[in-house]
Design a protein around this ligand. Structure first.
Ligand code: FES
Length: 126
């Protein structure tokens, strides 16, 4: 889908459309490269319209759901403010612990690095 040297620094990202899916490739602080869907898990808006850039989070323009460089949902301010029984404790459990919001992680794609190229396949495809 692209080259690793397109995203050399932490926070670098680029987007591309493959398999009919808008994809987002990011580099985390650890150097890890992630490939995920750029489609917001709330109502399907695209989380960034930029072809490339550098950022620490992706904030959907519609209802401000915010995702980390690994695709984890970090915040959903409207839900937190307007939903009476929204459990803030669960919010911070995040993807790593399988918390309630982990299911709203941007869809991940399996990526591989070969000769500096970033390859990608949908999860579940060998
Ligand atoms: S569509 Fe993204 S936050 Fe609502």
């Amino acid at each position: 889908m692209g080259r690793a040297d397109q995203i050399p620094e932490p926070g670098d990202f680029f987007t591309i459309s493959l398999f009919g899916e808008p994809l987002l490739a990011t580099r985390e602080k650890s150097g890890q490269i992630n490939v995920m869907s750029a489609v917001c898990r709330h109502r399907g808006a695209i989380v960034t319209e930029e072809a490339k850039g550098n950022c620490s989070t992706f904030r959907c323009v519609y209802h401000h759901w915010t995702y980390g460089l690994d695709g984890a949902l970090l915040g959903c301010p409207a839900m937190m403010e307007k939903t009476e029984d929204f459990n803030k404790a669960e919010k911070w459990l995040g993807a790593a612990s399988g918390g309630a919001l982990a299911r709203f992680h941007l869809h991940e794609f399996r990526q591989s690095l070969m000769g500096g190229l970033v390859g990608v396949a949908p999860r579940g495809v060998v």
